[in-house]
Design a protein around this ligand. Sequence first.
Ligand SMILES: NC(=O)c1ccc[n+]([C@@H]2O[C@H](COP(=O)([O-])OP(=O)(O)OC[C@H]3O[C@@H](n4cnc5c(N)ncnc54)[C@H](O)[C@@H]3O)[C@@H](O)[C@H]2O)c1
Length: 455
Amino acid sequence: MNTPSKKDLNINRRKFVKSTALATGFAMTGGLSLASSAYVNPKAKKLKLAVVGCGGRGTGAAVQALTADPDVELVALADAFMDRIDQCLLHLQETEELAEDRKANIKVKPDRKFTGFDAYRNAIKEADVVILATPPGFRPYHLEEAVNQGKHIFCEKPLATDGAGIRKVMELLPIVEEKKLNVVVGLQRHYQTNYRIIMEKIHNGELGDVTSGQVYWNSGGVWVHKREELLQKYPNLTEMEYQMRNWYYFNWLCGDHIVEQHIHNIDVFNWAKNAYPVKAQGMGGREVRTDKDHGEIFDHHFVEFHFEDGSIMNSQCRHIQGCLSNVSETIVGTKGRAKLGGDGSGSMTDLNGKSMYLHRGLEDPNPYQVEHDELFASIRNGGQINDLENGAKATLTAILGRYATYSGQMITWEDALNSTIQLMPAKMDWNHSPIVSPNSDGYYPVAVPGQTKVI
Ligand SMILES: NC(=O)c1ccc[n+]([C@@H]2O[C@H](COP(=O)([O-])OP(=O)(O)OC[C@H]3O[C@@H](n4cnc5c(N)ncnc54)[C@H](O)[C@@H]3O)[C@@H](O)[C@H]2O)c1
């Protein structure tokens, strides 16, 4: 198998991956025969499902997969920790979100609950379809295993936390194509009605040329799992286990919130442009996220992403309580502008402010469910949805943003892709120290713009 060289990856970067809606349309209408589809035996009625990463999203995605198709059986669960597996199973058995006949399809035997850093390999072996929903630092390794084993995949965003991880994911692209694997990436706006309709209008030229955009994930922030509280529950807590359980605050696991969360909004502007940025510069820091348990990530970033045609995306993300909340995207064109929100809303106005389109979205299907409905329909029909390339490039765009704010420099797409800084530890072991360690006072090093090197 030839894998693309770094040069190929760079040259291909501006060819935007068409939205999944189109890929799905192809799969449904002119798609491949089931016999040519990966792995699934055409005579097999049951599809076996495994979840890798049994936290909030892995559990939610399992509900959606079981709901999508009456013949999906959940057979294996993998997590770093057994308590997360048990919580996941309990939730699946008790939740009112899952119909009783689908609960009957939960068939995880005790010896199909796998724990530890290698758990993913064993769980993936048991399944036809896998859900990958650990913190994103592990995603390249889990994707590699699932692709090499020829499994269909639902994979949460982001796909990596550094350039090295993205290079690993990009090397999987030809194998995914060759094996005709379905890979749905959890950038669910691609499966949300307001985005699909308005993107089609933008691509049909209704806004003219897209010249700029403003994208936001400004909110109060997310959970913190404090060391002291964890120590009460897990008295033998090592530094590795602490970082794993408080993963949001460590870049090797999370990538910072610009990557973990704001990727959604950044991806929307790329989608509107049908392109990826060539360079970025920005600023960021931490004003209130300053406790020991806040690890090493910033609480705000502002990035100016430059595209080859001169257009610019301004991106803001903030995790500070008591400030203006805004999670949305504005796309500005030469004939008007569009405003979009993950809440299902969408509008388009012309240059005089006159409405061109209004989408309220109250009755729209849940995009998290649509992801799985379309994934399983595609597997059944022998089609192929492949979100992997856009997932990798959307992730790289967000990583480029972090490199720009951490360094305070103009960083190019090639710099980000080819960065030699590797965040993932060489060895995964509970007693091994992760790359980032606290100082004697318990504080972690934080990037200092103007001094921090990212490439
Ligand atoms: N698309 C969305 O809207 C959306 C929403 C929430 C989360 N997510 C994504 O889903 C992923 C998981 O987020 P979450 O909120 O479910 O986090 P979580 O902490 O609730 O769950 C993560 C689980 O992965 C487990 N884990 C960690 N490392 C592992 C390893 N090496 N092998 C196996 N298991 C491992 C953890 O123990 C935990 O149970 C993240 O990438 C996040 O960005 C996406």
